[in-house]
Write a protein that binds this ligand. Structure first.
Ligand SMILES: Cc1cc2nc3c(=O)[nH]c(=O)nc-3n(C[C@H](O)[C@H](O)[C@H](O)COP(=O)(O)OP(=O)(O)OC[C@H]3O[C@@H](n4cnc5c(N)ncnc54)[C@H](O)[C@@H]3O)c2cc1C
Length: 113
């Protein structure tokens, strides 16, 4: 498992009433820090709406996309591949960020797992 110090949410502090108080002073509060919530926050900030707060119930961002480190391995506990190929907006994002692995040949699926 990843060590606590490596977690992207480690810098987040405070308690529920602090965060709700903060949300009430924001123009936009997004409930949930899964892909949809994070994409909404990104879209808003790209369009100069920066008074945004993402409220996430769990102690990590990503929702059903959950990656953790097990020794030298990165383990995907949720989404592991991009469904729909290039039709999926995540395909171009992963390509741009250099996050694409080499294609796995169909006959290699079993041995790759
Ligand atoms: C095992 C597994 C494998 C998958 N594999 C793939 C795959 O290979 N390819 C693929 O494309 N998709 C895959 N999926 C589906 C993909 O993960 C989801 O479609 C996608 O992550 C959903 O994103 P979302 O932001 O809509 O919802 P979620 O990821 O569910 O995010 C919602 C977030 O909102 C938070 N939340 C909910 N209620 C509240 C509240 N009241 N207050 C604060 N926070 C709240 C939750 O804690 C959560 O973090 C997989 C899913 C699973 C579970």
């Amino acid at each position: 498992m990843e060590s606590k110090a490596d977690h992207p949410c480690d810098a987040i502090t405070g308690n529920f009433s602090d965060w709700i108080g903060l949300a009430e002073r924001k123009k936009v509060a997004i409930i949930g820090g899964g892909v949809a919530g994070l994409a909404a926050a990104r879209k808003l900030t790209q369009n100069r709406i920066s008074d945004v707060l993402v409220l996430e119930a769990q102690d990590y961002l990503g929702g059903r996309v959950k990656t953790y480190r097990e020794g030298s391995l990165l383990v995907e506990d949720g989404a592991g591949w991009i469904s729909g190929g290039s039709a999926n907006p995540l395909f171009s994002l992963a390509k741009r960020l250099g996050g694409m692995s080499s294609p796995i040949r169909k006959e290699s699926y079993v041995s790759a797992i």
